[in-house]
Design a binder for this molecule. Structure first.
Ligand code: SAM
Length: 359
């Protein structure tokens, strides 16, 4: 299990600033909030077949606790993008409430903007989801204040999807994608994990994405699978994907939309459509990382690959002030490691898997 720090880690040498800075000059403005370990799929590159060990209900952050931490992140720490994830966020019945409460806290801060000049641009609330059941909840989620969704889809071949996710749910995912488009949540990003198993269908997935007006991004598979099958020798590097897609499409002008964006965008057939490639393993972007994470149990995790976590839930429940919580969060960020070290000799995978941290 990860190492959860009960007390504030050291802040020696930290400049006196509100922002979430670390020792390597990075500043976190992007917060990932995992809200559950439960998922409706069992993707082989992520979840164990039987699902993750259940988190006791009392150990999960409540909607009110999540909204309070979101408020602290925005007001006191300078976070500007908040993305709910899991597990699968749609597995939480109170997701609309979580988003509504978080939006209310943010709107309140925005309406007092004159007194809070650090709130320089609108704070976005988004979600990463597999899309199953989204069609039934999209209107309520948008009404609650959701701005955007990223939907995960690795293949448009139904049999392949069933093998990869251990569930025959492709039609449900496609309904979710259509609902998000109809609701106007654009640009709608589709995330696919790049692996041997998905390489052969990558061109078909890109053709489907272009036809359906969604923005496809591939992400290199990381050693965060519960079954521990990831092997460096067998992983598909971004270059191999570019070569495979190039036999059907013309890919040109690789660029990043902004310097901290993990995704390198390539124009497809002259544009304007692009395909994104996130080379998290072979072209690591740790030096530009602007993320902080909250796990479903209320620990701060500064790096996907760093097992050090700092407990905020205990503080929340024992009456800590916003200021104390913000200070603890800052101290946790100050000790963030420089990078994931996947390319280094002796790299050890983290104790938690992607689904357990929140991707
Ligand atoms: N259930 C939601 C979903 O499917 O999007 C949110 C959680 S999921 C862990 C978040 C993202 O992590 C998904 O896009 C998924 O494909 C990605 N992911 C999971 N395991 C991964 C791995 N080993 N390497 C790279 N990405 C991974």
């Amino acid at each position: 299990m990860p190492h959860v720090r009960p007390a504030a880690p050291g802040t020696e040498g930290r400049p006196n600033t509100d922002s979430l800075i670390d020792r390597f000059g990075r500043e976190a403005r992007d917060l990932r909030v995992s809200i559950t370990e439960k998922c409706s799929l069992r993707c082989t590159y992520c979840m164990p077949e039987q699902g993750l060990p259940p988190i006791a209900r009392d150990d999960l952050l409540t909607a009110v606790e999540i909204a309070r931490l979101v408020g602290i992140a925005v007001r006191d720490l300078g976070v500007r993008d908040i993305r709910f994830t899991g597990g699968e966020p749609l597995m939480r019945r109170d997701l609309e409430y979580i988003i509504g409460m978080s939006r209310a806290v943010i709107s309140d801060l925005e309406s007092r903007q004159a007194r809070s000049p650090r709130l320089d641009h609108r704070v976005s609330l988004s979600m990463t989801t597999n899309g199953i059941g989204l069609d039934k909840r999209i209107d309520a989620l948008v009404a609650a204040g959701l701005d955007r969704v990223n939907i995960s889809l690795d293949t448009v071949d139904r049999d392949h999807f069933a093998r990869l996710t251990r569930r025959d749910r492709l039609p449900a995912v496609l309904l979710g994608i259509e609902a998000a488009r109809t609701a106007g949540l654009t640009p709608l990003k589709i995330n696919a994990v790049l692996m041997r198993d998905t390489l052969a269908g990558a061109s078909d997935l890109l053709a489907w994405s272009l036809n359906n007006g969604v923005h496809l991004r591939f992400i290199e598979q990381m050693p965060l699978d519960a079954d521990e099958r990831w092997a460096r020798d067998n992983m598909v590097p971004a270059q191999e994907l570019i070569d495979a897609l190039s036999s059907r499409f013309t890919l040109t002008e690789p660029h990043r939309d902004d310097p901290s964006a993990p995704s390198e965008e390539w124009l497809v057939d002259g544009g304007p459509a692009t395909v994104g490639i996130i080379a998290s393993v072979t072209r690591s972007f740790c030096e530009a990382c602007d993320r902080t994470r909250l796990t479903a149990e209320g620990t701060v995790r500064s790096c996907l690959f760093g097992d050090d976590e700092t407990d905020l839930r205990g503080m929340l429940r024992s009456g800590a002030s916003d200021r104390e919580l913000a200070d603890r969060w800052r101290a946790a960020m100050w000790t963030k490691q420089s990078g994931h070290g996947m390319s280094l000799e002796g790299f050890r995978r983290p104790a938690r898997t992607m689904g357990a941290i929140g991707g």
